[in-house]
Design a protein around this ligand. Structure first.
Ligand code: PXG
Length: 285
């Protein structure tokens, strides 16, 4: 049976789920999205991504033509319809069809799209061996230009960084902000471990406030770690004992090499391992 995709209340077979070429989501990247995880058929922390979706839309003057409870019901319904247990739900709201011109007021019908599918971001072995990443020259969007807190359909900043990383043979890329501080990776937040302390850049570094980041910070504190949000430099990364990334799709993934510098002893460290385990328990119990 073909996977079903939700568009504005109607379910389409995956191959027939299509959006107009006049949709400003395509013409201008004018729209917002969220990624939501399900474990055992149940959505993990639904409220936070829904709040973030509505916040992102608000920043774009985009009115989502449904309510949060209705969206929640439709997300759950799409998981059930497609028989997805451990999956990934992509929710998009586009500005809708308009004319060939930027003016969003000429768009009349925002499109609400829900795709419930499975995801595997990095090969399984990288969770055991760790990733090698590289710092790229693409600077994270200046918060005064386009807030990195908005999860918009325009992901070019991150895509350029991703391409730079891939061209250097790295599956993930580290982005600095306009001040030269560590910001985040292209689709994941970054954490360091140094002398028993866990460190991650603060929101002011110009990052997406990751929901996984938030969950991992709480887990770290519950486990008794000194967990700090603090500005970080590349040097801090190079001299860290451990490094790991967090994201809805990636969950918690160790990093063992940055810019050809070996992190710690070159294998995923014990603190990373403990947090991976705790995150697994949180999501699967
Ligand atoms: N930073 C950025 C720039 C992101 O896009 C995260 C951090 C992690 O946030 P969450 O809330 O997921 O813990 C994201 C996540 C992908 C992909 O394919 C990831 C994201 C968006 C689109 C695609 O890896 N966002």
């Amino acid at each position: 049976m073909a996977l079903k995709v939700y568009i504005n209340g109607t379910l389409y077979d995956k191959d027939d789920a299509k959006i107009s070429v006049y949709d400003h989501g395509l013409l201008y990247g004018d729209g917002v999205f969220e990624g939501i995880r399900s474990y055992g058929g149940k959505v993990f922390r639904l409220q936070e991504p829904l709040d973030r979706l509505w916040d992102s839309a608000k920043a774009l003057w985009l009115e989502i033509p449904t309510s949060k409870p209705q969206m929640a019901r439709n997300i759950q319904r799409m998981l059930e319809t497609n028989g997805i247990e451990d999956g990934y739900v992509r929710v998009l709201v586009t500005r809708g069809c308009g004319t060939l011109g930027l003016d969003p007021n000429r768009c009349t019908d925002p499109q609400v799209i829900i795709i419930a599918d499975t995801v595997s971001l990095y090969p399984k072995e990288l969770y055991e061996k760790g990733l090698a990443i590289i710092t790229v020259s693409t600077v994270r969007s200046h918060p005064a230009a386009l807030s990195p807190r908005i999860k918009s359909l325009n992901y070019l900043n991150n895509i350029l960084a991703k391409i730079e990383g891939l061209q250097a043979g790295c599956i993930e890329a580290l982005m600095l902000n306009h001040k030269g501080e560590v910001a985040e990776c292209t689709g994941d937040n970054i954490f360091l471990v140094r002398r028993g302390r866990i460190l991650t850049p603060p929101n002011e570094a110009g990052i997406l406030e990751g929901i996984t980041r938030d969950a991992v910070m709480t887990l770290a504190r519950e486990a008794g770690y000194d967990m700090r949000e603090t500005p970080l430099t590349k040097h801090d990364v190079y001299i860290a004992d451990e490094c790991f990334l967090t994201g809805t799709a990636a969950e918690v993934v160790p990093v063992v090499k940055v810019d050809s510098r070996t992190i710690g002893d070159g294998t995923p460290g014990p603190v990373t391992g403990e947090l991976m385990q705790r995150f697994h328990e949180l999501t699967r119990s």
